[in-house]
Ligand binder design. Structure first.
Ligand SMILES: C[S@@+](CC[C@H](N)C(=O)[O-])C[C@H]1O[C@@H](n2cnc3c(N)ncnc32)[C@H](O)[C@@H]1O
Length: 233
């Protein structure tokens, strides 16, 4: 078979095209991998940053912080699962800390603008404002909820999600929190609270509340359960 100069030119051009295609594929795989590594790295940095912030907050005030580590995504998602995103209206979160439950609520379909976050720590409030710029962040005491929320709540909320360390407060204070919270919610709305304890964190006797408790969320340190309270009709 005779190979002409034109055949040679064609073969070289074809080989060049193949080399370019392979180089393009390799380069784009390298770029994708580098992007994934960068994003995992920055997620890990954020997570480590939040752990450090929590430990500092716990050292400054262990009873108020109530935990040495933020809630896991599994626990945060379980809490958020009790909020119906289809219902219109605000959602109140008390004790959002660095915002894992806030994130889960947004993931669940609650628009950031609908979130009213009540947090005592000014450092956590600054972080929440940075992370959730469209949410309303109120620095203040969640145990004086109606006073703290004065001027921030235009309509009744469809749910209240609490991560307050209730076990560090006497039962009467916890019962008073529930009594103060329900008038801020629409009828039938849930008061959602996680706890590491085996007993109901909100005292139920004489409260007129119906309660549901989840199974243990094991992917959290320590394992926790979620209680959902509603006013009995
Ligand atoms: C156990 S941490 C939970 C933080 C976050 N929601 C999470 O799940 O990782 C409790 C949070 O409640 C806040 N907190 C404690 N007492 C409070 C109060 N009286 N009013 C508002 N926030 C309070 C603490 O500053 C802290 O951020």
């Amino acid at each position: 078979m005779r190979v002409t100069a034109a055949d040679l030119v064609d073969s070289v051009a074809e080989a060049r095209l193949k080399v370019t295609a392979v180089r393009y594929k390799v380069e784009s795989e390298v770029r994708n991998t580098a992007e994934k590594v960068r994003s995992r790295f920055s997620e890990a940095k954020v997570k480590l940053g939040d752990e450090a912030r929590f430990i500092k907050s716990w050292i400054d005030n262990p009873l108020r912080t109530g935990s040495v580590t933020p809630s896991s995504p599994a626990l945060a998602r379980r809490m958020a699962s009790f909020v119906d995103p289809e219902l219109p209206g605000p959602v109140i979160e008390i004790g959002p800390g660095t915002g894992p439950v806030t994130e889960a609520l947004i993931e669940r379909g609650i628009a950031e603008e609908r979130l009213i976050l009540v947090e005592y720590s000014p450092e956590f409030c600054a972080l929440l404002r940075e992370r959730f710029p469209r949410a309303t962040v109120v620095q203040g005491d969640a145990y004086a909820l109606s006073t703290t929320l004065a001027g921030h709540l235009d309509e009744k909320a469809i749910a209240l999600v609490s991560s307050l360390p209730l076990a560090t407060r006497p039962p009467a204070v916890r019962a008073a929190l529930a009594r103060e919270a329900f008038p801020l919610l629409v009828e039938g709305a849930p008061f959602i609270q996680f706890t590491y304890s085996v007993i109901s964190p909100v005292p139920r006797k004489g409260s007129g509340l119906k309660a549901f408790v989840s199974d243990w969320v094991l992917r959290n340190i320590p394992p926790a359960r979620v209680w959902v309270y509603r006013q009995a009709r």
